[in-house]
Design a binder for this molecule. Structure first.
Ligand SMILES: CC(C)(COP(=O)(O)OP(=O)(O)OC[C@H]1O[C@@H](n2cnc3c(N)ncnc32)[C@H](O)[C@@H]1OP(=O)(O)O)[C@@H](O)C(=O)NCCC(=O)NCCS
Length: 182
């Protein structure tokens, strides 16, 4: 239990402040590339952990142990996007919290696959998964400096409801965003 608490406390305070976009290291992906969206399970632990490190730079990424917890928790509602050859290029991890809100704990898309509506599709999928489990409110925290993520969430109908001063362990502020699924 103490281990779970420790992991959960890390989730509530991910160490991130400044949004530093990753330079595009890979060749651009063909427009019209097809993606497969499916539930994300523990069998993809290492792929997910590696992709997270590409999405969250400067030591912001979750540990492998945290992913192990997130992908095995019974309250996990998580999906991944893969290319036609099976390479994981996106993930979203949601948890149903004890107060029965849906909590988006992380979402990430490989830099070379961004702006193809994959983030949007994964978010829609996790919201559908939450709805099936009778979740009515979804919440998430985002760094106040992470404008692309805020744009995505606002585009999907999330509203900023609170500023969370020094929410992140390096002192950066967070924003609490909520969406009703009613
Ligand atoms: C945030 C992130 C998940 C967005 O994923 P994505 O697949 O590129 O987003 P989508 O293509 O689904 O975007 C959907 C809409 O969100 C908005 N949006 C997304 N990224 C944006 C950006 N960089 N600038 C402005 N608007 C943006 C747009 O309205 C977009 O619709 P449009 O392309 O038709 O204009 C991605 O940038 C990412 O992985 N970032 C690093 C990890 C991260 O910060 N995760 C969130 C932590 S809280």
């Amino acid at each position: 239990m103490a281990v779970l608490k420790k992991i959960r406390s890390r989730l509530w305070a991910p160490p991130a402040e400044v949004y530093v976009p990753e330079p595009q290291l890979t060749a651009p992906v063909a427009v019209g590339a097809r993606y497969d969206i499916r539930p994300l399970t523990i069998s993809s632990l290492d792929d997910c952990w590696r992709l997270d490190q590409r999405c969250f730079v400067d030591g912001e990424a979750y540990s492998r142990e945290t992913f192990e917890y997130l992908l095995t928790a019974p309250e996990s509602v998580s999906y991944r996007a893969a290319t036609a050859n099976g390479a994981m290029v996106g993930f979203v991890i949601g948890l149903i919290e004890p107060d029965h809100t849906g909590h988006i704990t992380t979402v990430g898309i490989a830099p070379e696959h961004r702006r193809r509506h994959l983030g949007q599709r994964l978010m829609a999928e996790v919201e559908k998964g939450f709805k099936k489990r009778n979740v009515r409110i979804v919440r998430l925290e985002v760094r106040s400096l992470n404008i692309p993520a805020q744009k995505l969430y606002q585009h999907l109908g999330y509203a900023i409801t609170q500023r969370l001063p020094k929410y992140y362990s390096n002192g950066g502020d967070g924003l609490l965003m909520l969406k009703s699924l009613e």
